[in-house]
Design a protein around this ligand. Structure first.
Ligand code: GTP
Ligand code: MG
Length: 197
């Protein structure tokens, strides 16, 4: 899929106020600073469509982007960031949870994990929660430019071993680097396939 247009639509913290259209939707979520907003910019080829930052906790709302006028891409706040106050965290968790449970047009959630780290309980628990609620997801390994090719393979294998403790099958996964433009078309083509065109 080629990206012909990518427009910011709206930000909000209430799933009831998200766009009413029934366009298929894809959400990007993961720990703070994992590279969600950077990945969205890589996918759309727009350097600053989604706001990125070296400091975790940049994205704080549900952000809808309209792509090629026929699907929505959604940038969500990171979970598991210790420096956000407890009450702010609760608010985040509530609207993120509501988003996943209530957003019927959501086709797939992409869970981003930093390829350098061992599987983190918070990510594994979130995947389990999605599974329990019947929400399809795939995994995106980010920041692959930070590891050598053999380390990438080793880290992915370790991740798969961990997943197989809970899951019968390994979810579809992608290896990406937003700074090196790696994995872009694998993800866009997968979305195109799910969109059925
Ligand atoms: P929050 O919105 O705070 O939850 O963060 P986020 O997950 O949206 O992360 P963001 O895209 O803002 O990136 C966080 C930091 O990681 C920034 O300093 C980015 O430049 C860096 N980063 C993101 N993707 C990559 C990548 O593929 N490679 C490298 N080397 N750095 C990356
Ligand atoms: Mg962000």
């Amino acid at each position: 899929m080629l990206i012909k247009s990518a427009e910011f639509v709206m930000s909000n913290s209430d799933v009831a106020k998200c766009p009413k259209s029934r366009l298929p939707e894809y959400a990007f979520i993961g720990r703070s600073n994992v590279g969600k907003s950077s990945l969205i910019n890589m996918l759309t080829g727009r350097k600053s469509l989604a706001k990125t930052s070296g400091k975790p906790g940049k994205t704080q709302l549900i952000n809808h982007f309209l792509i090629n006028k026929n699907w929505h891409l959604v940038d969500l706040p990171g979970y598991g960031y210790a420096k956000v106050s407890k009450s702010a965290k609760k608010v985040f968790q509530k609207f993120i949870t509501q988003y996943f449970l209530l957003r019927e047009q959501l086709v797939n959630a992409f869970i981003l994990v930093d390829i350098r780290h061992k599987p983190q309980p918070i990510d594994l628990e979130f995947m389990e929660w999605l599974g329990e609620n019947g929400i399809p997801f795939s995994i995106i390994f980010t920041k692959a430019d930070k590891l050598k090719p053999n380390a990438i393979l080793r880290h992915v294998e370790d991740y798969k071993t961990e997943l197989l403790k809970t899951w019968e099958d390994i979810p579809i996964y992608f290896i990406t680097s937003s700074s090196k433009d790696i994995g872009k078309y694998d993800i866009l083509n997968y979305i195109e396939q799910l969109n059925g065109n």
